[in-house]
Design a protein around this ligand. Sequence first.
Ligand code: NAD
Length: 486
Amino acid sequence: MLQIDNFINGSFKAASSGRRFDKRSPVDNKIIASIAEASAADVDEAVKAARAALHGEWGSMSQETRVGLLYEVADEITRRFDDFVAAEMEDTGQPEHVMKHVFIPRGAANFKVFADVIKNVPTESFMTDTPDGRGALNYGLRVPKGVIGVISPWNAPFLLMTWKVGPALACGNTVLVKPSEETPFTAALLGEVMNKVGIPAGVYNVLNGFGPNSAGEFITSHPGVDAITFTGETRTGSAIMKAASEGTRDVSFEMGGKNAGIVFADADFDAAVDGIFRSAFLNTGQVCLGTERVYVERPIFDKFVTALKAKAESVKFGRPTDAGVNYGPLISREHQNKVLSYYNKAVEEGATVVTGGGVPQMEGELAEGNFVQPTIWTGLPETAAVVKEEIFGPCCHISPFDTEEEVVAKANDTEYGLSTTIWTTNLNRAHRVTARIDVGISWVNSWFLRDLRTAFGGTKQSGIGREGGVHSLEFYTELRNVCIKL
Ligand code: NAD
């Protein structure tokens, strides 16, 4: 069986405590790997290595050499593309085409994009008048923040982890990465890539384990970690924020969502159905930007529900490598139970189940997998739990609306503020409505179309701070002002 160890100071190592945990396949729940669970002593060793790298070769390396190395990291990921695709597929059970076309290429791109950003972004400079008439020159210097703790989730493991590691390293920091306990494979593979291309030891470290009383907490509460970037559930963000308050360390948080999709009657109907289908059901609904609340203007409501139902019923479940399969399982039995409990709750709350609501009939070993049916509900009030709470599964509630005023109020009636997707051919309306919806990312006639130079993040309980493009530099560097009296 595959053994995955921690990656500390450039070497793969078993846990100093000897502890390991099992990794199960989402498609059949068989144990497929044994993972070393990092102890507090392992985290401490990694922090010391990361600090030493900052004061050593990595810290004194020219920017040109550093960004050149990050380009090589991206190229080496591309050379080992098939290994990364296979690892991520085994870890998540998600279909090959998503891995090949989105998750792995975007992971590689994260190293190039931020290497380019750091090379090209200027800092400010001011000439200051002084009483002696000679003046002073002020200029900004961007310096690395230090040792960064990177805590990442399981839903797009490689993309979301490199989204943080790419800019952190481009800015000259060192990192301690804690991948989700559910998906440790690609973070380990990236360790091999780092060594292959000559990233100095201690710059990239991977500590596997869980949250509380395990690697997650050991990293976030370690005084030698200068800042923490986290993607995951809002509840976990609160726990991490408490840990970060010791030593008043900086945080960047990308958290949960309960995103609204809005379809106006003037939308390109087929494009809107395709778009909402993707936003509600891609990655088995395990996308933070996904749409679990859909609002459709009344004249096209029935037609829209029928069309989305037909698409939801056309998915083909199975192993990611099996021919024709385009739909994977949920990540774990625990998550399957959570999603199914919401499926039951919807019925208790009086929903009309348009489609789904249970587990698909699977043959042989796959009957043990974490599969659930894509599910659509109608008929619930806005106060229903499945309309209010993030489920993070392949499901959505669809309700009709009559006016712009009404749909904006409904879209905003949530504690979250991550994203929205709006479908209309009326450009005035598109501008008007996006301006009024309180989210970090608004898509019009599209969804999940990302330019990595743009700001990414959420309002309200969906996040703190923005990452992406120059915005990542705000978190991953300190801006030092130098004032020279002339
Ligand atoms: P999670 O919060 O359970 O876990 C995320 C990570 O935090 C894991 O590595 C976990 O081990 C670690 N962790 C848990 N408790 C911890 C603690 N006390 N201290 C330190 N680390 C701890 O989230 P998940 O279930 O892995 O991911 C799903 C969630 O992530 C959803 O809520 C989803 O919306 C959110 N998400 C948000 C974005 C975004 O960009 N806003 C992107 C993807 C996922």
